[in-house]
Every structure is written in C-alpha cells, then in structure tokens.
Design a protein around this ligand. Structure first.
Ligand SMILES: O=C(Cc1cc(-c2ccc3c(-c4nc5ccccc5[nH]4)n[nH]c3c2)n[nH]1)Nc1cccc(F)c1
Length: 269
C-alpha cells in the first residue's frame, strides 16, 4: 500500500533552499534512504503550477535511467505534496566545497603568475582543465603576455568575464585577474556568470555599473568573498593573499593535507 509521511523518519535538510524544502529521510521499516521534498499546495495554486507539477511527476515517475534522478513516489496531506526522490550521496555538482577547492587552486596559480609578472587576462571556465587527480590547471596563456588588440579580445569568446577597466579601455594591471576570479567563483556556484544578458551592450553596461544579484540560496561567506573581488576600482579589489585567507576558503576548500581529502579520480591517497 501507499506509504505516507508516518512511514518516514526525517533527517537533515538537503541542498540550500535551491530546490525548496528537501530533507534526508528514510523509511522506518527498511531504512531505505531518500530525499523527501515538500511542496505547499497553497503556494502551487498561487503560482498556478499544479498542472506543471502533475506533468513533472508524470514524466519523472516514468523515466528510469542511471543518470536521471529517480522520483520513487509521491503522496499528500491537506496542505502539502511530498515527493520521494532518489538520494544522491555525492551532493550537488558545484557546491561550496568543490567551488572553494578549485578557487583556492586558482588563487595559488594566479599568485605564481603575478609573482612572475604575468597577467593571465583570460580566466574563464573554458581555460581550465583538470589533472589526473582532479587538480585544476589553468590553460591557454594566449592573451597573457602579448595581448591582442582589444577588439579581437572582445570579438571572440564570452564577454561575460571582461573587467570594467578593459570594457572601458582604461589601463589595467594584475587586478584584472582578480575580477575574473570573482566572476569565475560566481559562475561555479550559480551555473551562470553574474552579468550575463542576451545583449552584448547590456552585459557591458551591467559590468561597468556592477549590476548583479546573488541567488537566495548562496551562502553569506560566498557572497562576501565574491563582493570583495567584483569591485569596480581595480586597486580596491581584495588581493590574492587575503583571498586565500578568506573565511569562505578557510571553511570550504579542501587541500591535500585535509583529512577528508580524496582524489576524485582514483584511490591514490
Ligand atoms: O523538485 C525537483 C528537483 C529536486 C531535486 C531535489 C534534490 C535535492 C537534493 C538532493 C540530494 C542531496 N544529496 C546530497 C549529499 C550531500 C549534500 C547535499 C545533498 N543533496 N539527493 N537527492 C536530492 C534531490 N530537490 N528538488 N524535482 C521534482 C519536482 C516536482 C516533480 C518531480 F517529479 C520532480
């Protein structure tokens, strides 16, 4: 027979409110672990989302594939609808821990570049590769030493990463890499860059006027870290030394001397 809420023991909240209220849960009888999502009927009616939810439930109940998160079941009470979703043990693709770990490696790489009087100028996801042990590798120094003309730089590839001083054709220094680090951190955590727009001119305007917002699920430490990098005045941006010491990095980054350091590729440690 159909399970109800009483058949589950509720555990810790999962995710960060990105998906609404989702809790770790397990069935009282078999201790089968799931992610239990709660949706409020009133909210759904208000947003006129009931038909969409029905369709989504329909589709997700039917689709069975190792790379598609399972919807095992659903049930409801007077106020709420409950979705019994598959529990994904390794969590979100880019959470604070993975993002901070990569950003710390980016910081150490940029420190080395700047110490050697090299400004990368083109930090963005396309220019990042991963080594055998999952370590970050900045690739493509094409723009670093002999930057091509501004036009060429803005013509190819994304403009989302351009710092304001380059958009406005002012002189620039190593602080351009600090700006890009802020854009990269934002994209790692949100899955899109902060100034993205469907019109190039609009993107430039948002960059030069610092028009961006944080999604509500973003943690305060991450917001503080990014806000100290995405500063219009290059000299006012947090420097790499402080960035490496920032609480968001301290709290979430995993370095090889951490106890929970585990190579994502092999069991080499
Ligand atoms: O709403 C969602 C998407 C969704 C997925 C989730 C979700 C969130 C987190 C997890 C997790 C999970 N595992 C973790 C491990 C470590 C840290 C955090 C974790 N979160 N496992 N499964 C999940 C499932 N919440 N909401 N699907 C949905 C909605 C309506 C109808 C329907 F058929 C599906």
């Amino acid at each position: 027979s159909k399970l109800t809420l009483d058949d589950y023991e509720i555990g810790k909240p999962l995710g960060r409110g990105k998906f609404g209220r989702v809790y770790l849960a397990r069935t009282r009888k078999e201790h089968f672990i799931v992610a239990l999502k709660t949706l409020f009927k009133e909210q759904l009616l208000k947003d006129n989302m009931s038909h969409q939810l029905r369709r989504e439930i329909e589709i997700q109940m039917r689709l069975r594939h190792p790379n598609i998160l399972r919807l095992y079941d659903y049930f409801y009470d007077e106020q709420r609808i409950f979705l019994v979703l598959e529990y994904a043990p390794r969590g979100e693709l880019f959470d604070d821990q993975k993002s901070a770990t990569y950003i710390l490696q980016m910081i150490t790489a940029l420190k080395f570049c700047h110490k050697n009087k090299v400004i990368h100028r083109d930090i963005k996801p396309e220019n990042i590769l991963l080594g055998y042990h999952g370590e970050l590798k900045i690739s493509d120094f094409g723009w670093s030493v002999h930057t091509l003309s501004q036009r060429r730089q803005t013509m190819c590839g994304t403009i989302d990463y351009l710092p304001p001083e380059i958009v406005q054709r002012h002189s620039y220094d190593h602080n351009v890499d600090i700006w890009c680090l802020g854009v990269l951190t934002y994209e790692f955590l949100c899955g899109r860059p902060p100034f993205e727009s469907n019109d190039q001119q609009k993107t430039y305007e948002r960059i030069t006027t610092l028009q961006f917002t944080f999604p509500e699920y973003m943690g305060d430490l991450a917001k503080d870290f990014i806000s100290k990098l995405l500063v219009l005045q290059p000299k006012k941006r947090m420097q790499l030394k402080e960035a490496a010491e920032h609480d968001w990095i301290k709290r979430f980054a995993i370095t090889e001397n951490d106890t929970n350091y585990r190579c994502t590729n092999c069991n080499c440690v």
